[in-house]
Design a protein around this ligand. Structure first.
Ligand SMILES: NC(=O)c1ccc[n+]([C@@H]2O[C@H](COP(=O)([O-])OP(=O)(O)OC[C@H]3O[C@@H](n4cnc5c(N)ncnc54)[C@H](O)[C@@H]3O)[C@@H](O)[C@H]2O)c1
Ligand SMILES: O=C[C@H](O)CS(=O)(=O)O
Length: 490
């Protein structure tokens, strides 16, 4: 069932079948007969009742993907590119509907949801172009009669498990490179936000993707689906975006068959403001890096370090800007921040703020939940490393300000975490910019900007923030195997 209220908002209600997409068939019932509910986090309203699919459907989808993948890989890059280009065009043509679906199931404001659709589509466009340029190598022989070649071939059947915070873009960012190079994909979206993934499957089918190449398994049994993906011998790779905790589980499970893994995991991004920074620019950057997606992104600034000489001025400017942010239903006009995704997420944000204030932090604005799943944008002054929010990913709209004195001190503090995804700093002295950029132990560094995510750059982290990269000229590598050919007797 899809709620009438949601369907009535769409120009094309057929984007939302109340079904899972398994082996090229829209199945309205799960093997177990179970169903699960999808709700709007802004209102609690029921959006859909979907078949609660699991191991049986995943097993069938993997078999179908394996059967379809060889022929897909035998297509030319140009033929695969044409399908992806049509998918890009369909995503853009249906962007308004896709945005409505995101806002309904995840809560982000509609304008931000539309930005997510455009961002996800950009990956599809990028890899539609890359599909035609998967080049190998010809190398000088090591002996007179030898000629050496390297082929790049698709890894085969890929499992994808995605999070709720970017329910469209995180799947698009995975299916685009996989399909571009000739892989097949079985995808499991987050149980909170399956509708965006199902709508993408509708559009992929319309774009001409052959049946079986893509399956989307809606369901609440992430652990069971993950185990099936990691244990099934037909599955050659798993790409996961989500928490480091779950990433570890999957890495352990995939180890038994030495499965190729891509992991986009948790973060704890430092945002550093040096005393030579343009403070207004730094405030603007902090607003984006901290409050985009209501602070629910893996690359959100989690710790804001401000050099002592500008600490009070920056704190005052930031608090003024943050106090102007409105929190509410993502469909409402003028709302900047939507709800938290669920009660657990809300409780964690409140716990971080309560822990910080108990340890001496001062609330400059916000600080207390405002009803439902809403939490106001919050700025805390006097944050210290003893506080939970210094060590844990808050994943919410809370900006803790830490004071520091020297460059050496803040590099040490910034790197003092098991995470290494995104980092940011504002400075104008070019020698300092180079030294700090090289010293930060992170996969990505934003310099005088708070917005770094683009399909043209390699997105990913180091340490316990993951492995592999998504997007850019490097992004296809995670879905390819190198095969070395040695021709003798020449
Ligand atoms: N690095 C990135 O690009 C990136 C992007 C988005 C979110 N994240 C991280 O994800 C976290 C928040 O997202 P979340 O709450 O959806 O993460 P999560 O890890 O709880 O869930 C992610 C996905 O994994 C599934 N899952 C849960 N347990 C599983 C298991 N045992 N086996 C297989 N699948 C399982 C979920 O159903 C969901 O689809 C944050 O830590 C955030 O930093 C990282
Ligand atoms: O949080 C997950 C996404 O990767 C964030 S971004 O939109 O790619 O920056």
């Amino acid at each position: 069932m899809i709620a009438t209220d949601l369907l009535s908002r769409l120009k094309d209600p057929t984007l939302l079948p109340a079904a899972g997409y398994v082996a090229g068939v829209w199945q309205t019932s799960a093997a177990t007969g179970a169903q699960f509910t999808v709700t709007n986090p802004s209102t609690g309203a029921v959006l859909a009742e979907l078949p609660d699919m699991g191991v049986a459907e995943t097993h069938a989808a993997i078999a179908a993907a394996h059967a379809a993948q060889a022929d897909w890989a035998a297509h030319t890059g140009k033929e695969r590119a044409a399908v992806l280009r049509r998918l890009f065009d369909l995503m853009m043509a249906n962007a308004d509907d896709l945005a409505i679906i995101i806002t309904a199931e995840m809560g982000k404001p509609l304008a931000e949801a539309r930005g997510e659709v455009v961002y996800g589509a950009a990956y599809v466009e990028w890899f539609a172009e890359e599909a035609k340029r998967i080049y190998g190598d010809v190398m000088p022989g090591h002996q007179r009669d030898k000629r050496l070649l390297v082929l790049k071939q698709p890894v085969g059947v890929v499992g994808a498990i995605t999070p709720w915070n970017f329910p469209n873009a995180m799947l698009a960012r995975k299916m685009a490179p996989a399909l571009a190079v000739g892989c097949a994909m079985v995808a499991k979206p987050a149980e909170q936000t399956p509708l965006s993934a199902l709508a993408l499957a509708v559009l992929a089918e319309r774009a001409g993707l052959p049946a079986g190449l893509l399956s989307v398994i809606p369901g609440t049994d992430g652990p069971g689906i993950g185990r099936e993906m990691c244990a099934n011998p037909l599955m050659r790779k798993l790409t996961f975006t989500g928490s480091t905790e779950v990433g570890r589980i999957l890495l352990r499970q995939g180890a038994d068959q030495v499965m190729k893994m891509s992991m986009e995991l948790g973060g704890n991004a430092p945002f550093i403001v040096f005393d030579d920074a343009d403070l207004d620019a730094a405030v603007e950057g902090a607003m984006i890096a901290k409050f985009r997606n209501n602070g629910q992104t893996c690359v959100c600034a989690n710790r804001i370090y401000v050099q002592a000489g500008v600490y009070d001025a920056f704190a005052a400017k930031l608090a003024t800007a943050v106090a102007a942010l409105t929190t509410g239903d993502g469909f409402a006009e003028g709302v900047a921040l939507g709800p938290m995704i669920d009660a657990d997420a809300l409780a964690k944000v409140q716990a971080h703020v309560s822990d910080a204030t108990a340890l001496g932090a001062e609330v400059l604005t916000g600080g207390t939940a405002s009803g439902g799943l809403f939490f106001p944008a919050t700025v805390l002054k006097g944050a210290t490393p003893a506080m939970r929010l210094a060590r844990e990913e808050t994943f919410g709209p809370v900006a803790p300000l830490f004071r520091f004195e020297t460059v050496e001190e803040v590099i040490r503090l910034a790197n003092e975490t098991e995470f290494g995804l995104a980092s940011y700093f504002y400075a104008r002295d070019m020698a300092r910019v180079w030294r700090v950029a090289e010293a930060l132990d992170y996969g990505m560094v934003g310099i005088n900007t708070g917005q770094i995510s683009t399909e043209t750059a390699p997105f990913g982290g180091v340490k316990q923030s993951g492995q592999g990269r998504e997007g850019s000229r490097y992004g296809a590598d995670d879905y390819l195997e190198l095969k070395y050919l040695c021709l003798g007797g020449i």
